[in-house]
Design a binder for this molecule. Sequence first.
Ligand code: MLT
Length: 267
Amino acid sequence: MKTIDVEGARIAFHDVGSGRPVLLLHGFPLTSESFRPQLDALGGRFRLIVPDHRGFGASGPAGVEATEMSRIARDALAILDSLQIRRAVVGGVSMGGYAAMALLREDAGRAAGLLLIDTQATADDEAGKARRAETAKAIEARGVQALVDAMMGKLVAEDCDPAVRAGVEAMIRSCRPEGCIAAVRGMALRQDSQDMLARFAGPSLVVVGAKDAITPPSKAKEMAALLAGSRLVEIPGAGHLANLEQPAAFNAAAEAFLSSIPESALA
Ligand code: MLT
C-alpha cells in the first residue's frame, strides 16, 4: 500500500491497475480489504484507489473525537491530489457512501461519476444518534467484540457463503476500538445529502443487496430517484455488503457502469 500524511494522520491506500480512476471508500467497521473482489477483478481495466480510512486498517489513528464524513472525504481528495488525479469516479459502501456524498459537498467537480453501494442519503434521526452513542459506549466497554455481536447478523445475508461471513468477522476483529468509536460518532454527525444528489449531474449507479437489512432497497430507490438519469441495480441474494457477498453480479454491474463513462469526463 502507499501512504500519505494528511493533517496529522498517515493514510494508507491501494493504487492498483490503470485506466479510468475509481475511488472506492469502505464501510464500517471494515477496511479497504472489503473491496478485495474488486481489487482483484477490476484492477485490470480501471485504476482503483482504495484507502483505509483514518483509524482503520493500515492507516494511522483517527486522532479525533469524531471522524466526520467530511474528514474522510478530504483525506480521499488529498490522495487524489497526491496522485495528480483531477477527476475520478467516486464510490462507497454504506459509511463509504456517506463519505462519497460528503465529498460532493467538499468539491463536486472532482467526481466524474458516482457509485453508491448499500448506503443512504438521509442523516440519523434522534433515535439513530442515541443508538450511535450506545454503540460507542459498548465499544469502549467491550472492544470490537461489541460490533461483532451487534452487526454480524445484519451485515451479510443469512445464507451468505460461510467463507465470506468468516472474512467479514475477521475484518471487524482487525479493527481498532478508537477508530471505530470515532467513526460511529462521525456517522451520527453526518448531514442529509439528498440535496447533493439532486444537484449531481454526472453519471451514477446505485447498487443494493436485495436482502440488505441496514440500508434496504427502499433507501436505494430514494437515492436513485434524486439522481438524474441514474441506474439502480438490485443484487439478488446479497445483504448489506453486495460487492463482497455477490462479487460476480456486483462486478458485472460496476464494470458496465464504469466503462460507460467517457474518458473525456475524467479529464
Ligand atoms: C456501514 O456498513 O458502513 C454502517 O453499517 C453504516 C451505518 O451504521 O450507518
